[in-house]
Design a protein around this ligand. Structure first.
Ligand SMILES: Nc1ncnc2c1ncn2[C@@H]1O[C@H](COP(=O)(O)OP(=O)(O)O)[C@@H](O)[C@H]1O
Ligand SMILES: [Mg+2]
Length: 352
């Protein structure tokens, strides 16, 4: 069937001009070429598609375009739950949209809160402590090296080689940096030295999913609605001297120079374990249609996987974004990937 689809995104070039935010604050936003590619992809699926900027102007533009469904990739501009603002508006207007809803989008933007949910469900995530003030006292359970990052940013913002801290002086220097530059609590985690892997997934769990292992027949049925992409590994070896982390500099400036291994050279049993954790993560935060889960595999503990975060609005830049690279490794083109996400939402709303 043919639908009227509004592509909702925040273009980098439309971002507000302000000195209130850090210089890398808009790195999450989309380029015109990404928006054009997604629009073309949706049109190639036989639909009518127009791009609408996902800011306050949407209240008027959406009423005149009258979409049947929105393809939402808005990262938002301001506020702790900025990714959830457009979905909240769409729910108010009762317009269907792709991807996760208000709660999952706000939750996943808050890394410590997400880690509390993971811990509740016994899913592996590095031990952590949140620093809200410079004079917070370090818990005795935390051991060096540690990793310091902002609690509510993405795209490697506020992450660099200085994020790895080996003693109290380095720790508190980096905590102070995050508190003052990003004006939000600093998340301090145990540093997981290891390989960097990410797993993308498109679709939805079938039925009322519970926490079960994938070799259980019923669980296998639930997982059948999810299409896992082959895991992608970021080859950090050439950068070991300088950037041992997938930093903002690597993600933004050096993206073209990075070596991506897709599929990642890892054992099938480990791929299955990562897929299961990805599905569990998707399930416990209540994600829909698409997500990407970031892992670190501990090289000192037999590649034990640790979940770093879930990205329920993974980047969709052709040739650049992790999910797009993973899909390509599975023989799925950018246009097919976009239409898989759209179809997952259309099915969920019982529109197809
Ligand atoms: N606990 C950790 N141990 C080791 N590296 C980490 C840890 N947390 C984050 N990193 C590094 O920082 C990068 C960005 O962290 P992540 O939590 O994924 O935030 P972002 O939202 O910026 O992608 C990761 O890809 C990884 O390289
Ligand atoms: Mg990440």
């Amino acid at each position: 069937m043919k639908f009227r689809v509004a592509l909702l995104a925040n273009l980098k070039k439309n971002a507000p001009v302000t000195t209130e935010v850090s210089s890398d604050h808009w790195d999450d936003l989309d380029s015109e070429s990404t928006v054009e590619a997604i629009t073309e992809a949706i049109r190639s699926g036989g639909h009518v598609c127009e791009f609408l900027e996902g800011d306050a102007s949407l209240i008027d533009t959406i009423r005149s375009f009258k979409p049947d469904i929105c393809f939402n990739i808005c990262e938002g501009h301001f506020g702790d739950a900025r990714e959830a603002q457009i979905p909240a508006l769409l729910e108010m207007l009762r317009i269907p949209y792709t991807g996760s809803k208000v709660l999952a989008l706000s939750l996943s933007l808050d890394k410590p809160m997400t880690k509390r949910v993971l811990t509740y469900h016994d899913l592996p995530t590095p031990p952590f402590q949140v620093f809200e003030r410079e004079d917070d006292v370090l818990s005795e359970e935390m051991t060096y090296p540690m990793f310091v990052k902002p609690s509510r940013e993405g795209t490697g913002m506020g992450v660099s080689e200085r994020s790895i801290v080996n003693n109290e002086a380095e720790l508190f220097e980096q905590v102070a940096y995050v508190l003052s530059n990003y004006r939000q609590p600093a998340l301090v985690e145990k540093y997981i030295e290891g390989r960097e892997v990410t797993v993308g997934v498109v679709g939805n769990l079938i039925g009322p999913a519970a926490r079960r292992l994938p070799d259980d027949e019923e669980a296998a049925h639930m997982l059948a609605g999810l299409r896992f992409m082959p895991p992608m590994e970021v080859d950090l070896k050439p950068f070991i001297e300088s950037d041992m982390v997938y930093s903002n500099r690597l993600k933004v400036a050096l993206a073209a120079e990075l070596n991506y291994l897709a599929p990642a050279p890892i054992e099938p049993a480990l791929v299955e374990e990562l897929n299961w954790y990805t599905a569990a993560m998707f399930r416990v935060i209540g994600a829909l249609d698409v997500s990407r889960v970031d892992f670190r595999l501990d090289i000192h503990d037999n590649l034990k996987p640790y979940i770093l975060e879930i990205n329920p609005l993974p980047g969709l830049a052709p040739k650049i974004s992790d999910l797009v690279i993973e899909a390509e490794a599975a023989g799925i083109s950018h246009a097919e990937l976009v239409n898989m996400i759209l179809d997952a939402a259309l099915k969920r709303y019982e529109m197809i």
